[in-house]
Design a protein around this ligand. Sequence first.
Ligand SMILES: CC(C)(COP(=O)(O)OP(=O)(O)OC[C@H]1O[C@@H](n2cnc3c(N)ncnc32)[C@H](O)[C@@H]1OP(=O)(O)O)[C@@H](O)C(=O)NCCC(=O)NCCS
Length: 167
Amino acid sequence: MSYHTAQLRLTTPADLDFVLAAEVTSHAAGYVRLWTRDRHLQSLEDPDECHWIVEDTATQERIGYLILLGRQDPDQCLLVKRIVIAKPGKGYGRSVLTQVLDKAFREFAAHRVWLDVMEENHRARSLYRSLGFVEEGRLRECVKVGDGFTSMWLMSILRAEFLPSEH
Ligand SMILES: CC(C)(COP(=O)(O)OP(=O)(O)OC[C@H]1O[C@@H](n2cnc3c(N)ncnc32)[C@H](O)[C@@H]1OP(=O)(O)O)[C@@H](O)C(=O)NCCC(=O)NCCS
């Protein structure tokens, strides 16, 4: 299978129809929560948050988006709040997360990058593990889905794990 590569650019208000449509689709599949348009707009302005469009490197077609929180966190812990790739399984997620980790640790001086992921989201969990994220714990039945509840895993990667040559 040939893998595609992705690049990041800052999201603009004109991208929000695309972002919201991708978010609704992923939410319906049970993978992500929903933000309002206003919450996304606020994120574009907030210096603590990075809101990026993921685009195909070759064609600049919009493929998805990614939100990183905590640039000003005094503990230097950054949160991958949301990643949505509208064309899954083609390598875009791996490509973009590799770049985001590089940015977080080298450019933003992160000490820790963390995220939470639904237990049934095997594609995402396997991708995060293969990038070096470690499972820290299971938030048991913390999300209501229909009449039932599902669990989430907390995962993180530390600076020393991403940049071992520094230590
Ligand atoms: C999760 C997501 C971000 C991953 O991005 P992607 O572009 O699909 O991922 P990639 O194609 O780069 O890589 C997926 C990896 O998972 C593997 N994979 C695919 N389906 C899988 C499954 N059912 N179980 C385990 N692994 C799986 C692939 O083999 C691939 O590994 P490889 O690179 O070693 O071949 C994307 O699928 C997505 O946006 N999904 C919907 C929203 C979502 O779940 N967001 C994350 C919330 S925490």
